[in-house]
Design a protein around this ligand. Structure first.
Ligand code: AMP
Length: 982
């Protein structure tokens, strides 16, 4: 009966094909009643009474269903058990059972309604193996009571679909059973399945197919792997829902450097693109100045000549080195001595960077020798990494050349050995000190005067000028040429001078000094008078020597007697500040005392005080004429615009000198510049502003006296020679009057001009006589020219004008002997010994007796008994006025006064041959002459007279003398004691 109604209504049943369309879900069917058709083989219990299989044809195909409809009987317990359902996947712990069924309305059965049921039960029994027909109800567990949502009544078939989940299941398989308690049910379909979340790739992670709700959890956590060329910090995870859907992916896979995500894969960056890091970013085009990369590049390498700084990002373009800074300039800052500002323009090419900085290095060049400035100069700000294109350099030394190298650097400079450097060689350049244009009296008292002055408006506004103010009492007695000047160096253009004599006129003049101490032009002399003495209260503010003026820095020196230059009356004054050849302008007084330039704190002040600065361009060197202690001496021409061209000697300072040597070199000019005398070499000026310092003097055509005499041996008369000596003595008299001790008076330091006029030169060793009773100066060391130096100067360095007189005596001997070397080849030790034992040089051949007598006077042991230069000049004058006096020739007595060169062999034994003897006196060129003349033994030699020597062929006076002296010495058997007594 049950099967009938089922059959009837099944024709109208529309089977909905249950295809679960989900991209993520898949259903794994374990049992499908419909698919099995008539092969179901399900067990019923009790058999034949309860559930029965019904076969129906629907749309030409057979459809099998189970139905039961024992509604009228009580105690119905009809079971329908499926075949063993393999669970298959171990993970399928939760399976779904979908039932499609129809339940008839009990009311439609009339009187059976009391026993009729409208539900049935679903049971499950797990088993590890198929138990076949062995069916026991007790093994089953009830899963659910299945009740229809819609009941089939009045012929209207209502198909219900119910899905129930089973689980957790753990065994290999299970059986389902449908228990009918007395309902009218048709089981149209049973489908047992489980769901999976299908394998998926999400967020660049691959997740495997996963059984949904596997652990009977709603969500199953699944760990995946990143796709190829992707990575993540944590393993990627996702959840598989019980419905078989993927939710909540956790963790993030990102494409590796060089790869970008395209869909759900990581693909290599294309050529010309790069990706630097593991990220979600896309590949980017290669930046500027890089090489087009290979596919899959992490970065694009820089083109040749371009670099990346360490801090640069790979996404940034590569940059080139900067070019060198431009327009490097140095400006001497006048406000402080030794300071310059260097500035430059940034490089034309920055290389595409904005991290430009500059490094400045420096070399100081002393002549040709350059060395790094090191700590000797200071840069502000420090020169290592300057941001601005300028720096102040201080502690520079005047007169040195500096080479500054400014290098432009950027973050990429470290990668290239190339340097972007500009350099500049420069030296401190100060504008000339301004001219003091006016001077005024601001205030005066009986003992004080307050003065101020103005400088020319052309003065550099920021220059740190100092001023040198000189003042003296105005003397009414013009005869008195010994006036005391007071010199003040001031740092401002006003001063208050105190402690003056009341009612007295003072003469003032002032000059500006450059920062280096170079003096400018003196102002006019101004006279101001203190008020007459009044018995008023002393003015406290006027009591200090130089007043309260803070501007006064140094009380330099009080100098005697017109110490200031004006040594050359004819020198023109400076007319134009642009004309650098100038003399200290006006004259004050004739020179009376020599001032040691070493007493100046700054020797440069002394140089410019006593020497005129000559522009290097006004000098041209022509020929080297000698070698001085500091460098070559040239003959040259001085050509100052508007003046007559003058022949000059130019002493140069050889390259590589130290500043001390430079000052020592120039100090000769500071000394020479103080002298003005016919017989003292005249200083034309100095070149100090040019890198090679020079001393320019008058040119002496015949050079040094010693060589001049040797070259003209025997060619000059005694009268001429004495005339020369008179000139030297006059020069020395002048020096002695100036309290100047020469200390190196020798024929080699006397210069001879074309008129055979002799002038004293070489003031290098000079030292001043200090103001003590004897006017002597003792130095602590230095080289002493022993042969020319007085015994007391050698013994205890007592250099005085009297010791210069001794030297003059030696010069006399040199002159009269035509440049013979004093004491010939005796050693210095021998000379000193002989002198101390009282021996003196013998009279040169043909020397006037009066002249030799004067020499001997000069060589008196007691220096106070020696003649003074004034005496010497007047004696020589007398001799010259009376030439007859020169006729008496000094005795030439070998027994008393001679130790001649080489009177015996080196061991003291007599010479064995003539040639041995000639060789010992360096005359072996005459060996042949002697042999030819038949003079072959020393006995014959000892017989020779001057005439015989000439006849042998010895013509040169010097040689003649040398041979004659030697023979005389050989004749004198006692002369081996080596000397000459006075
Ligand atoms: P000094 O350094 O003064 O000893 O000079 C070296 C040499 O240069 C001298 O021996 C002279 O031969 C020569 N000399 C120096 N000054 C002059 C000058 N004014 N006129 C000519 N020759 C000079």
């Amino acid at each position: 009966m049950a099967s009938l109604w089922i059959k009837r209504y099944l024709f109208t049943c529309v089977f909905i094909s249950c295809v679960f369309i989900s991209l993520q879900t898949r259903e794994e069917v374990l049992l499908d009643m419909k698919a099995l058709g008539g092969e179901l083989g399900w067990l019923t219990s009790p058999s034949e009474q309860g559930w029965e299989i019904v076969q129906t044809v629907v749309n030409s195909s057979l459809l099998y269903t189970y139905s039961v409809c024992n509604v009228e009987s009580t105690d119905q317990d009809n079971w329908l058990r499926t075949t063993f359902i393999q669970r298959r996947a171990a993970g399928a712990a939760r399976v779904l059972v979908e039932l499609r069924f129809v339940v008839r309305d009990c009311s439609s059965f009339g009187g059976a309604s009391l026993t009729c049921k409208e539900t049935f039960n679903l049971h499950v029994a797990e088993a590890d193996a198929d138990v076949g027909t062995n069916f026991r109800k007790s093994q089953f567990r009830k899963v659910a009571t299945i009740a229809p949502d819609e009941i089939t009544a009045h012929g209207e078939l209502r198909v219900n679909t119910e899905t129930r989940a089973l689980g957790p299941l753990s065994r290999s398989g299970f059986y389902l059973a449908f228990q009918d308690p007395g309902a009218c049910v048709a089981l149209l379909s049973v489908r047992v399945y489980y769901k999976t979340c299908t394998a998926t790739v999400q967020s660049l992670a691959i997740f495997p197919e996963t059984v949904a709700g596997g652990d009977s959890q709603a969500l199953t956590e699944v760990t995946g792997n990143c796709v190829e060329n992707a990575a993540s910090q944590e393993p990627p995870r996702i959840y598989c829902t019980s419905d078989g859907g993927w939710v909540v992916p956790v963790g993030q896979c990102q494409c590796l450097p060089g790869y970008e995500a395209v869909g759900e894969s990581c693909q290599a960056c294309q050529t010309g693109f790069f990706k630097a890091s593991q990220s979600d970013d896309k590949c980017q085009p290669c930046p500027k100045n890089t090489v087009a990369s290979q596919p899959g590049s992490r970065l694009c390498p820089c083109l040749d000549g371009f670099f990346r700084a360490p801090q640069d990002l790979d996404t940034q373009p590569c940059s080139a080195l900067p070019s060198a800074p431009r327009h490097l300039e140095a400006v001497t800052l006048e406000s402080v001595v030794g300071k310059m500002e260097l500035s430059w323009s940034p490089p034309a090419e920055t290389g595409g960077r904005d991290d430009l900085s500059y490094g400045v290095s420096c070399e100081r060049c002393d002549g040709a020798a350059c060395q790094p400035c090191g700590e000797r100069v200071r840069f502000d700000p420090p020169a290592a990494a300057l941001q601005d294109p300028r720096v102040t350099v201080s502690e520079l030394e005047p007169h040195l050349n500096y080479t500054f190298m400014v290098e432009a650097r950027s973050g990429v400079s470290q990668f290239s050995p190339q340097r972007a450097t500009s350099s500049l060689t420069t030296a401190l350049r100060y504008t000339d000190p301004p001219k003091v244009t006016s001077m005024r009296l601001d205030e005066r008292g009986s003992t004080s005067l307050s003065l101020s002055w103005a400088v020319s408006r052309r003065a550099h506004p920021h220059a740190a000028h100092r001023y040198e103010l000189m003042f003296r009492k105005k003397e009414n007695n013009s005869e008195n040429d010994v006036t005391t000047y007071t010199v003040l160096v001031l740092e401002k253009s006003s001063v208050q001078i105190s402690d003056l004599v009341p009612g007295t006129v003072y003469v003032f003049r002032v000059q500006a000094l450059s920062p280096l101490g170079t003096p400018g032009v003196y102002s006019m002399e101004h006279e101001f008078e203190t008020l007459p003495e009044v018995k008023d209260k002393p003015d406290n503010s006027m009591t200090a020597i130089v007043g309260a003026s803070v501007g006064i820095s140094i009380l330099l020196i009080t100098i005697a007697a017109g110490l200031l230059c004006y040594r050359r009356k004819n020198q023109s004054t400076r007319q134009d500040p642009e004309d650098t050849y100038f003399s200290s302008s006006e004259q004050l007084k004739p020179l009376k005392a020599y001032v040691d330039p070493h007493t100046y704190e700054d020797p440069n002040i002394a140089i410019h005080k006593y020497a005129c600065e000559i522009q290097a361009s006004h000098i041209s060197k022509q020929k080297v004429i000698g070698a001085g202690e500091f460098g070559e001496v040239y003959r040259g021409v001085l050509k100052v615009p508007g003046r007559k061209e003058t022949a000059v000697a130019i002493k140069t300072l050889k390259p590589g000198y130290t500043e001390k040597q430079r000052q020592e070199f120039l100090s000769e000019a500071s000394i020479m510049g103080q002298f003005s005398h016919q017989n003292i070499i005249r200083l034309e000026g100095v070149v100090t502003k040019f890198k090679h310092a020079m001393i320019v003097t008058e040119y002496m055509e015949n050079g040094a006296l010693d060589s001049y005499l040797r070259d003209h041996d025997g060619e000059m008369t005694s009268y001429q020679l004495v005339g020369m000596l008179r000139g030297i003595a006059a020069g020395m008299k002048y020096l002695a009057e100036m309290s100047y001790v020469h200390r190196d008076l020798a024929a080699r330091n006397i210069l001879v001009n074309s008129s055979q006029e002799c002038k004293v030169s070489d003031f290098g060793l000079s030292r001043v006589l200090e103001d003590d009773a004897e006017g002597t100066y003792t130095t602590s060391g230095g080289k002493i020219p022993i042969r020319w130096t007085a015994p007391e100067a050698i013994a205890y360095r007592k250099f005085t004008s009297a010791s210069d007189v001794w030297s003059f005596g030696i010069v006399m001997w040199e002159v009269m002997a035509f440049g013979e070397r004093p004491y010939w080849d005796m050693s210095n030790q021998e000379v000193m010994k002989a002198i101390n034992e009282g021996f003196r040089l013998p009279a040169p051949m043909d020397c006037p007796s009066a002249v030799y007598q004067l020499m001997l006077q000069c060589w008196l042991q007691d220096r106070s008994k020696r003649p003074r230069f004034a005496d010497i000049v007047s004696l020589l004058d007398k001799l010259l006025r009376c030439p007859e006096s020169l006729k008496t020739i000094a005795d030439f007595d070998p027994r008393v006064s001679i130790r001649l060169p080489s009177t015996s062999g080196c061991d003291g034994s007599p010479f064995r041959s003539v040639s041995e003897w000639l060789e010992s006196i360096k005359m072996s060129q005459y060996s042949e002459n002697f042999t030819c003349a038949g003079i072959t033994t020393m006995e014959q030699v000892l017989q020779m007279k001057n005439e015989d020597i000439r006849n042998v062929g010895v013509r040169l006076p010097g040689h003649l003398k040398r041979i004659a002296y030697s023979i005389l010495g050989l004749k004198d058997q006692t002369s081996s004691l080596s000397v000459f007594a006075v």
